[in-house]
Design a protein around this ligand. Sequence first.
Ligand code: GTP
Length: 261
Amino acid sequence: MNDSVPRKQILNKYVQPYNIDCTPYTASNFSNKVQQYCLTQPNEINFAFDTLKMCKVIVIGDTCVGKTSLINRFTKKMFEANYKSTIGVDFEIEKFLILGVSYSLQIWDTAGQERFKSIAQSYYRAARVIVICFDLTNYESLLHSRQWLVEALNANRHTNPLVFLVGTKQDLLNDFSYKCILSDAFKLAKELKAEYWTVSSKSGKNINKLFSRIAVLSFDKLIKEQNDVKENVLQIGERLDGLGNSRCKKTKTHFLKNCCS
Ligand SMILES: Nc1nc2c(ncn2[C@@H]2O[C@H](COP(=O)(O)OP(=O)(O)OP(=O)(O)O)[C@@H](O)[C@H]2O)c(=O)[nH]1
């Protein structure tokens, strides 16, 4: 591949949840409408540019739970053992090719420290995915997940975002401690209507799977929503056509132009 072509992860199959009993998102494949849509799109594999299908993902949670490490492991394939606090926010973009269609995750790393919270919160808006991280070795950080979600949903009342609860630092636990916290994490995920994942940024365990899952679920939802809007616009257009006079035609042209742009 040409160096100027952006690197993309190719996803041609649906990605399954970490645990089928701990997710509110139960579909086992892309929806029919989305598969149909992708079949009618030009093959973008060789394109050096992208269409703008972008999804904002916010990663939130207590300080030191490993948000930056999670994002760096996925986007830069690196792990840094020394802690450096995030100041405010930062973001990375990761590109995918899903069923032949270009798609990007814009992943926002937010500061967990109290003193940076208000800056970080001002970037919550328009999130289509909320990832709440907690540290599997720190029970308090699990309990705080509730409050993190309330704050993120307050900024996203109209977008109905997908929600993930992610337990980090799995490499630090023995089997017994892991099982103890896992059962509480499952309970909380169910209460929050979130999908649960366990990861380790140090070993890399489940990091790619988690973000691939986020990509396919959010892609499916976005394409369905865009399709629904298009169908509604066309239906309204047809109704205006039915009315027939020139004023209606003008209204239709104006309406389609504004909606489609
Ligand atoms: N062993 C282990 N350590 C981890 C893991 N993930 C993160 N850490 C360590 O935990 C510390 C905090 O990680 P960060 O990723 O900076 O945490 P953060 O949530 O971004 O912190 P804030 O920026 O303050 O919000 C660092 O020292 C990391 O090296 C992991 O999977 N395993």
